[in-house]
Design a protein around this ligand. Structure first.
Ligand SMILES: Cc1ncc(COP(=O)(O)O)c(C=O)c1O
Length: 363
């Protein structure tokens, strides 16, 4: 394993013996009688096959993920959503009570929640507000992540960022990776990458030893209910270690595995891509229409499937919409997004309802 990762992994993971599940010892094969995993031999009607534990990381599904994300199968670790990948990486790198993760607020809340539950520290280098949008404070991030006293092990960058919708340039992210190498690992959360023209940094993984990328089927593949995500790393010794020592015995539900093959098939992937185009067209329409409203102060430029909208009375409109069964996300009281609501892009009909409510809303 490359030093940029190996030296930062918590010491006990280097020697820890991972659990070897019955499923790992012997691949399932219809001709064999399996009495090694305390499974129930009686299948219930309509639930055939579900009496057996699933394969922890099915090779064919790793290959399907690899094709979708432009990497090799052994560079993928499949997890229950990107959410679980965040937990696993925090556990792998952060020594409780000693180490910290770096976040750039306003950003996805789970980075901080998972760190605090270790407990590990959270060092915040807030995004800079510049010309009506947000930017990474590159120098601030590098200074904090290389400050020995702060013990930052993971730098979470989210691009496009939730809740601001901002994409950050690959160049700046590469510069951060290079500058913090040996001090910290950069975890780039690409949960919304399919909605951005910037695309993915997966092709930089081989040449960037301290870069790990999070991906998920939840958003672009409309698969949130199945909880399927992954992390990607160029170093296959690291992904092998993570699979052997940091995953649960049977991390992926069988029905999620089977449905993931289906959603990643060429036919269904093509439909998902068509839907992304519809969402992007609606995002543009909504951004323009919202900006026209007297209630709206600013619609932040967005690269994901939602818009961050600053309003004169965000809380009032949130409550007004909720009273009519339209549920938006209220960020108005959070630092960095004061006065803002986050509005997911829905179908044209759903979006029209939001616009209608806005036109009817009296301050
Ligand atoms: C930035 C970001 N990362 C990760 C996640 C979690 O995604 P998943 O559904 O794959 O767990 C979300 C969910 O909203 C998110 O916004």
């Amino acid at each position: 394993m490359n030093d940029a990762l190996y030296k930062l992994i918590r010491a006990h993971y280097r020697t820890l013996e991972g659990y070897v599940s019955a499923g790992m010892e012997m691949a399932k094969d219809d001709r064999k009688i399996f009495l090694n995993a305390n499974e129930n031999p009686y299948e219930l009607p309509g639930l055939e096959g579900l009496n057996r534990y699933p394969e922890p990381q099915p090779k064919a599904l790793l290959e399907a993920y690899a094709r979708a994300y432009g990497v090799e199968a052994d560079q993928v670790v499949m997890t229950r959503g990107a959410d679980e990948a965040i937990v696993i990486l925090t556990q792998l790198f952060c020594e409780p009570h000693e180490d910290a993760v770096l976040i750039c607020s306003p950003t996805f809340g789970m980075y901080g929640v998972d760190a605090r539950s270790m407990p590990a520290g959270v060092v915040d280098v807030p995004l800079l507000k510049q010309e009506g949008t947000f930017a990474l404070d590159k120098d601030g991030i590098i200074a904090a992540a290389t400050d020995q006293g702060k013990c930052v092990k993971l730098v979470f960058l989210c691009s496009p960022n939730n809740p601001t919708g901002t994409s950050f340039s690959h160049e700046v992210i590469s510069e951060i990776c290079e500058a913090v190498e040996g001090h910290a690992v950069v975890v780039l959360d690409e949960t919304y990458a399919e909605f951005s023209e910037n695309g993915s940094m997966a092709e930089d993984l081989e040449s960037t030893p301290n870069l790990i990328i999070l991906r998920t089927l939840s958003k672009s593949y409309a698969f949130a209910g199945m909880r399927m995500g992954c992390f990607l790393c160029g170093d296959t010794d690291f992904t092998a270690l993570a699979r052997a020592k940091a995953l649960e015995a049977y991390p992926l539900p069988l029905m999620s595995i089977e449905a993931a093959f289906y959603v990643l098939s060429p036919e269904i992937s093509a439909l998902a891509k068509e839907n992304i185009k519809k969402i992007l067209a609606e995002r543009a329409r909504m951004a323009a229409a919202l900006q026209e409203s007297d209630h709206v102060v600013h619609v932040y430029p967005a690269d994901a499937n939602f818009l961050l909208v600053e309003m004169n009375d965000a809380k009032g409109f949130y409550n007004y919409a909720a009273a009519q069964d339209v549920i938006l996300r209220d960020f108005s009281a959070k630092p960095g997004t004061e006065g803002c609501l986050r509005i997911s892009i829905g179908t044209p009909e759903q979006n029209d309802i939001v616009l209608k409510l806005l036109s009817e809303f009296q301050k």
